[in-house]
Design a protein around this ligand. Structure first.
Ligand SMILES: C[S@@+](CC[C@H](N)C(=O)[O-])C[C@H]1O[C@@H](n2cnc3c(N)ncnc32)[C@H](O)[C@@H]1O
Ligand code: SF4
Length: 381
């Protein structure tokens, strides 16, 4: 098996304004974004990580947020050039950037493409004006439709559209119409998330009326039928792709690969030479993060994963994949042996939750519906 793949996540923590459902580390943008200072800090942050990853080549980069498309093409160019000066890239590296429809201008997007971004992830959420308003989005349905067109004209032939369902007062017809409109645009990738009410969000404090569970289940079933009769295959709980267009960066998370995280609140996971696995987090508040980078200490916490953590976290990720994982992958990514999960596997197989075929383990149809239960089995002694 080839060495553990290695990727880079970059967090840009600002948005035009905070959406009421969002619990990501995103903050309303100040009048003047400290773009230059932040790009400099990101590169210093990356430099501080280099001793842990000497000699490794990057498979993918993901610039997420927040709203990275608030940054200028020049800043993104400076960032990618700076990263390349510090780390070697694999020849066909995937470089994704998240973009919000309200921030789309064709010229800027051409600039992002020229800076080396070769994949966009566009946060559409819905094409329905009433739902966009209920979600507190800053873009209109026309801008949502134009975003894909502008991306294509700017030279992006690989892009994802993010869509949510189970929106306030949404009917099944409306949810399916959103999906149909998405499919008509023919993105290479589609992420279809159920809206969840997250603690510490405005929606959690003042919950909107969401569709009943039965209606949500109906939307999910009919929606999946619609997607699968189109050009897309589901490969993860919320991710659908045209053939060969799975998101390599996210696949690396789900396959328990390594990644560096730079930027406010970013996480990383690195396997060291002695096979131990460390996870760490960067300071979350943008101003504190900038100060901490200057002081040479951007990590706010770090810990080494125990054997129980490794088993559980591997399953938490890999069982999200429709085709599961090979036992070889489990051994390589955790440093554990197959017999370390034998008991849990036998139990899950006897309950018709997992199936093992040619050393490949994946959820059964039944297990796919009760993934949390399956994953919990690997947490127990
Ligand atoms: C990191 S977010 C932000 C991307 C981009 N800033 C945007 O909003 O368009 C990535 C995606 O997570 C999804 N998401 C965010 N909050 C969610 C929630 N509470 N429930 C379900 N999906 C959510 C949205 O589809 C969003 O596009
Ligand atoms: S624009 Fe995206 S990241 Fe920003 S608050 Fe809204 S959902 Fe969160």
């Amino acid at each position: 098996m080839s060495p553990i793949p290695f990727s880079l996540y970059i967090h840009i923590p600002w948005c035009i304004r905070k959406c009421p459902y969002c619990d990501f580390n995103s903050h309303s943008a100040p009048k003047e974004l400290p773009e230059k200072a932040y790009v400099r800090a990101l590169l210093e942050d990356l430099e501080s990580e280099l001793p842990h990853i000497w000699g490794r080549k990057l498979e993918s980069i993901f610039i997420g947020g927040g709203t990275p498309s608030l940054f200028s093409a020049d800043s993104i160019d400076e960032l990618i050039t700076g990263i390349h000066a510090l780390l070697p890239f694999r020849p066909n590296i995937e470089i994704t950037m998240e973009a919000n429809p309200g921030t789309f201008e064709q010229e800027r997007f051409k600039g992002f493409r020229e800076a080396g971004i070769n994949r966009l992830s566009i946060g559409i959420q819905s094409f329905n004006q009433q739902h966009l308003k209920a979600l507190g989005r800053v873009h209109s349905n026309t801008e949502a439709l134009q975003a894909a067109e502008i991306a294509t004209a700017a030279g992006f032939d690989n892009y994802n559209l993010d869509l949510m369902f189970g929106l306030p007062q949404q009917t099944q017809e409306q949810a399916l119409r959103d999906l149909e409109q998405t499919i008509e645009l023919s993105p290479t990738h589609l992420s279809w998330y159920q809206l969840t009410l997250e603690p510490n969000t405005a929606f959690h404090k003042h919950p909107p009326v969401l569709p009943e569970d039965d209606l949500i289940a109906g939307i999910q079933l009919t929606g999946q039928d619609l997607i699968s009769t189109s050009d897309y295959t589901q490969y993860e709980v919320s991710a659908y792709a045209q053939t060969g267009k799975e998101c390599r960066h996210n696949l690396n998370y789900w396959e328990f690969g390594d990644y560096i995280g730079i930027g406010a609140g970013a996480h990383g996971k690195v396997t060291l030479a002695d096979q131990s696995v460390t996870r760490y987090t960067k300071y979350r508040q943008p101003t504190q993060y900038l100060r901490q980078v200057e002081a040479g200490q951007p990590r706010s916490s770090e810990h080494q994963l125990s054997e129980t953590d490794l088993k559980f976290e591997f399953m938490l990720n890999a069982l999200r994949l429709r085709n599961g994982f090979s036992t070889e992958l489990f051994q390589q990514r955790t440093g554990l042996a197959q017999q370390d999960i034998e008991k849990e596997l036998e139990l899950a197989i006897s309950r018709d939750l997992l199936i093992m075929n040619n050393q490949r383990i994946r959820p059964t149809e039944h297990g796919w519906l009760y993934l949390n239960e399956v994953i919990q089995l690997f947490l127990e002694d």
